[in-house]
Design a protein around this ligand. Structure first.
Ligand code: AMP
Ligand code: MG
Length: 500
């Protein structure tokens, strides 16, 4: 449908900078109009934080603006250009095929964010797609991204969700359509740089890097080699991010370079999911046939993606090829070590240890082995572990997670011995564990349940209830067992689809 979007007379307070770059970085395009926009979720808390000027707007107005039927007077909508390695193969032209950047907003503390509609119609980069989103994946992204934020993981956030009143055609048939408004510190991806490398436009790569430094890494500008400093900081943020995913059992599902953010946030929630039973080889994504993006492979993949970024910035590091290589290679090596370090630190906290001793990581690995052998729920195996600290026998709910709890005897003995040394130094172990191990994660079967209710019954209470629980993932709340417990055999979701 051609855009018949109308310009509203309301300004959101945008302050746009990406659009001041040359036009080769983006394409102007308006969202499509949809027949019946209805606001089903709006994140007031985030809107306030962003300093968006929405005062005086009714729900109907908000549905208009966040479906793309109306444009804020100061919106300058664009789709951004990018390429990417998808499952290891390079695609020179991807770009925002179903996302439109409405504008940038600066918070009262001076932090800049991008506000984007996802699912609002075709752009220059839609290729064969319709530019739309089905409601299901919009709900999944809304719930999971907000849950990730509450869990303390850097992520894009969800501002609004609307149903469109139109149907979209997907492999499984006709589905109700939806539009998500999402917010990021920035939407530049590794693939944004790759787009220009594929065109041998080295000048554009320099301009992009300068923009990214100004916006996301201003301190790098003061370094002797700002581009090396920029690269190193992207590596640091990604090594921290993916280690955090691992700690929580999160599987991104499509870690292509076009889904790897320059500012270090989790972006593009497609067929993502949290693991229930612990297994390094867990894959949910229906399109990840070879398990490239399986749970335990994410640390290796992020390094692979960062090497692609190094390849793009190669000429900026130094004009001389050997010097350039000698500058970035140690950074990649360090990132590998740093990722492992972050992972170890995170895992040690999960068993209540802050001060690291030599054999500690072995203790964690032995525990993970037991979980894998007995198909134990990853999240609860850590959450309930703290129950046992001041007891001689295992707590009932903990013990019930295991098929053969007696096989824990030796491990428990070792762990408690180690905890004695930790608590001797005054550490509050239970508090550390409860701050580290969530009681609630957005379990796939519960996300699916919320989606089913919305799709089949046009009701959205389950989304709201679920999100209320997920807001405080580290404190156990009354009457919420259904959100805390793993799926029964019938409830299990084995695959998630990115059919957006
Ligand atoms: P993603 O799976 O979200 O990483 O998307 C990969 C690429 O496909 C991006 O360039 C998207 O913009 C594009 N894309 C995905 N779904 C659609 C769609 N329904 N219409 C147009 N482009 C799409
Ligand atoms: Mg993507």
């Amino acid at each position: 449908m051609q855009s018949t979007t109308v310009n509203g007379n309301h300004s959101a307070g945008f302050d746009n900078t990406y659009i001041r770059l040359q036009e080769k970085f983006f394409h102007h395009c308006n969202p499509d109009k949809v027949p019946q926009p209805r606001l089903i979720c709006f994140n007031n808390e985030l809107a306030d934080h962003l300093n968006l000027r929405l005062q005086g707007l009714s729900d109907m107005d908000l549905a208009g603006y966040f479906s793309g039927n109306m444009l804020f007077a100061d919106s300058e909508p664009i789709a951004m250009a990018y390429a990417g390695h998808q499952f290891g193969s390079f695609v020179p032209q991807l770009g925002d095929g179903r996302a439109i950047l409405l504008g940038e907003i600066v918070t009262l503390k001076g932090k800049r964010y991008d506000i984007q509609l996802k699912g609002s119609g075709r752009t220059r980069w839609s290729r064969g797609g319709d530019g739309k989103s089905a409601l299901g994946p919009v709900i999944r992204e809304y719930i999971v991204s907000e849950a990730m934020h509450a869990l303390g993981v850097p992520t894009t956030r969800a501002l609004a969700m609307v149903t469109t009143g139109e149907e979209v055609l997907r492999q499984t048939g006709k589905l109700p359509g939806g539009i998500l408004t999402r917010v990021a510190s920035g939407y530049m991806r590794i693939g944004t740089f790759e787009y220009f490398l594929a065109r041998n436009d080295l000048e554009a790569i320099g301009q992009l890097a300068d923009y990214a430094i100004r916006r996301h890494y201003p301190e790098a500008a003061r370094d002797e080699n700002p581009y090396i400093s920029f690269f190193k900081q992207v590596c640091d943020r990604q090594a921290a991010l993916v280690a955090k995913w691992m700690q929580l059992g999160f599987i991104h599902g499509v870690m292509n370079t076009d889904n790897t953010s320059i500012c270090g946030e989790t972006i593009d929630y497609g067929p993502c999911a949290f693991m229930d039973e612990y297994d390094h080889n867990t894959v949910f994504s229906s399109i990840d046939i070879h398990g490239r993006y399986r749970y335990g492979n994410q640390g290796g993949i992020i390094l692979w993606n960062l090497s692609s970024l190094a390849h793009c910035l190669f000429h900026l590091f130094d004009e001389d090829e050997d010097t350039s290589r000698s500058l970035y290679t140690p950074i990649l090596e360090h990132t590998q070590v740093q990722f492992l370090h972050n992972w170890q630190q995170g895992m040690l906290k999960k068993v209540g240890l802050n001060k690291v001793e030599e054999k500690d990581i072995e203790l964690v690995e032995n525990y993970l082995d037991i979980l894998r052998e007995q198909n134990v729920d990853y999240t609860l195996a850590f959450r309930y572990l703290a129950d046992n600290i001041n007891r001689n026998t295992l707590s009932g709910r903990y013990s019930a997670l295991f098929k053969r709890p007696e096989e824990l005897d030796n491990w428990m003995l070792q762990w408690k011995k180690r905890l004695l040394r930790e608590s001797a130094s005054g550490a509050n172990i239970v508090s550390l564990m409860n701050r580290t191990n969530p009681a609630y994660i957005p379990r796939n079967h519960r996300v699916e349940k919320a989606i089913q209710q919305a799709e089949k019954e046009n009701r959205f209470e389950e989304i709201q209830r679920f999100m209320d629980v997920l807001k405080n993932p580290f404190s156990e709340q009354p009457d919420t067992a259904e959100y805390m417990l793993p799926p029964t055999t019938e409830e299990r979701v084995l695959q998630t689809f990115c059919g957006t």
